[in-house]
Design a protein around this ligand. Structure first.
Ligand code: OFO
Length: 186
């Protein structure tokens, strides 16, 4: 029987295993943000303004993903740990290589989100499981977008004028993403 007069249990504490899985995810979102920032900076130096704008926006989004996790862990009575981040590559051999890396990285992130979901199920933490569903959907979108961009790049091949229009289009996606984020998407 539930003792409704036991007021000692006013704080829901997150299970240690869930807290540690989410802290690892915080680190991954933070390093994703740094990775995309490094790519954005490189693209900007190559005169690829649209690609750079897209990647700067993507880096900002990853930071928001990290912040959302930090707030959640602390609200649930845990402690979000702010990690030290390792240096990211500074040079990339091509735009196609950049987006191959983005896709690889997003697949890695999806796998890690799935691990967090699994820990929640094992710990019977259905609240965090529910919270993580936002990340599950986000990963589907991000993987799909990276695949779409890569398909376009493969289609363009080495064609310089194709790359010019690709860069312009990607800049447009970045602007649309920024205004969606301003309206509370992220
Ligand atoms: Fe955080 O969504 Fe990409 O990695």
């Amino acid at each position: 029987m539930i003792d409704i007069h036991n007021h000692n249990k006013t704080k829901t504490m997150i299970a240690k295993k869930v807290e540690s899985a989410l802290n690892q995810q915080i680190e991954l979102e933070a390093s994703s943000s740094q990775y995309y920032l490094a790519m954005a900076s490189w693209a900007e130096t190559q005169g690829l303004e649209g690609v750079a704008a897209f990647l700067y926006t993507h880096a900002d989004e990853e930071r928001l993903h990290m912040l959302k996790l930090i707030k959640y862990v602390n609200e649930r009575g845990g402690q979000a740990l702010i990690p030290a981040l390792k240096a990211q590559p500074q040079k990339f051999k091509s735009v196609q290589f950049v987006f191959e890396e983005v896709l690889k990285h997003e697949i890695l992130v999806s796998n890690e989100i799935n691990n967090c979901v699994e820990v929640c199920l094992k710990e019977k933490d259905y609240t965090t499981h529910n919270f993580l569903q936002w990340y599950v959907s986000e990963q589907i979108e991000e993987e799909a977008l990276a695949r779409k961009i890569l398909d376009k790049l493969k289609f363009i091949g080495g064609d310089k004028s194709g790359l010019y229009f690709f860069d312009r289009d990607l800049g447009g996606i970045a602007v649309a993403d920024t205004s969606a984020a301003d309206k509370g998407k992220a």
